[in-house]
Write a protein that binds this ligand. Structure first.
Ligand code: NAD
Ligand code: GLY
Length: 359
């Protein structure tokens, strides 16, 4: 097992990464307030992992409430969030109950938001089961649900007490979801870790083949990058926004097509290519740099062209981005491969041109 720490003073917590951790409840016990917990999952992950996971916890003397939500990004909404509250209240879960999110980023984001608000805040633990959630969404305390007008628009910063990433769970992940997770892995290389990007370029086939050592290495190096950024800028006053490379374009695709049509990681991949193209228009990247960004996403089996929504629709959707300040759109672009910045320098004409060139 590999362990990293997210250093946030009294809100610090460990990330455990390794094979078979779901069947090791002893890793969870030290992080519980009381013996009362609620495990929240969905109707895809539940049938695969819930019974064995809960049995292990009950064998430790814990009292467990189970809540199973409908699966999918389309259910990351108020109605489904309310099902969590219904379940917690029906079972009389109190303020010392720890919520455990068992699933991908959708479950993790929703359970985190539920934990932030249920009885004004209860502890929670992330047990991410997708590559995307193991390398990104389970770490850092961003929790949210979607609004029809924008992705992740309703939420809170609320840190978990523990992240438990069992890499064995990735064996049941559909190929398309594995590839979507790779988009966020590649992102760390592009924004701040050139040696990691070079490692991904050398190992992408091993990752696609689910080589356990390669996956564990990718999860650890990704979480290390994420933990460093979150420690430096927990509430996204600056550097943390660079984690959103490709996301402003990507969120426009997700919202524009309807949630769940493209996977989040797929939209981020196409968005990263658009961001690279725009960085070239600002004179920061060379043609060869942009081709490198395209090539690694293509090798990972990810889209390198965006959805054809039309540039004006993209701009309309991007105007809802959380990085808009005083009406000015700020974008995460690349000064160089391995060095992202947040900038308002891109002109609307150039943004339009990049969208047209990359869709
Ligand atoms: P997801 O949660 O929808 O999971 C993808 C699919 O895989 C779902 O059908 C899920 O049920 C299934 N699944 C999960 N684990 C499985 C397993 N082990 N075996 C088989 N199937 C499994 O999607 P995701 O890609 O994990 O997360 C995407 C979400 O994460 C988006 O809503 C995005 O906005 C959010 N996100 C949040 C952050 C953050 O910092 N909070 C960062 C990145 C993304
Ligand atoms: N995934 C972006 C962030 O956590 O800030």
């Amino acid at each position: 097992m590999r362990t990293l720490n997210v250093e946030l003073a009294e809100r610090s917590y460990p990330i455990h990464i390794g094979a078979g951790l779901l069947s090791n409840p002893a890793l969870i016990l030290p992080h519980l307030k009381t013996r009362r917990i609620a495990v929240i999952t969905n109707d895809v992950v539940g049938p695969l992992y819930l019974d064995a996971f809960v049995a292990g916890l009950e064998a430790q003397g814990l009292r467990v409430t189970r809540i199973v939500l409908p699966d999918g990004e389309a259910h990351k909404d108020w109605q489904t969030l309310n099902l969590i509250f219904d379940g917690l209240l029906a079972e009389r879960c109190d303020r010392s109950t720890t919520l455990i999110a068992l699933g991908g980023g959708v479950i993790g984001d929703m359970v985190g938001f539920a934990a932030a608000t249920y009885q004004r805040g209860v502890p929670f633990i992330q047990v991410p089961t997708t590559l995307l959630s193991q390398v990104d969404s389970s770490v850092g305390g961003k929790t949210a649900i979607n609004h029809p007008l924008g992705k992740n628009m309703i939420g809170a910063f609320y840190q978990p007490k523990l992240v438990l990433a069992d890499t064995t769970a990735l064996n049941t992940l559909p190929d398309r979801e594995l590839k979507a997770g790779l988009a966020e892995v590649i992102k760390y290389g592009l924004i701040r870790d050139l040696p990691f990007l070079e490692w991904i370029e050398a190992n992408v086939e091993r990752l696609l083949a689910r080589d356990p050592d390669a996956l564990a290495e990718a999860v650890e190096r990704s979480c290390r990058n994420k933990a460093e950024v979150v420690t430096a800028d927990e509430t996204e006053q600056g550097e943390r926004a660079t984690l959103n490379l490709g996301h402003t374009f990507g969120h426009a695709i997700e919202t524009g097509l309807g949630y769940g049509e493209w996977l989040h990681g797929e939209a981020v991949a196409a968005g990263a290519v658009m961001a690279a193209d725009l960085s070239r228009r600002l004179g920061w990247l060379t043609d060869a740099d942009v081709e490198r960004v395209v090539a690694i996403h293509r090798r990972a089996g990810l889209p390198v062209k965006g959805a054809r929504l039309g540039a004006e629709r993209y701009l309309e959707l991007m105007a809802h981005d959380k990085k808009v300040t005083d009406g000015t759109l700020r974008l995460v672009l690349l000064k160089a491969i391995g060095h992202a910045v947040i900038t308002a320098e891109a002109r609307a004409d150039d943004i339009r041109a990049s969208i047209d060139a990359c869709c």
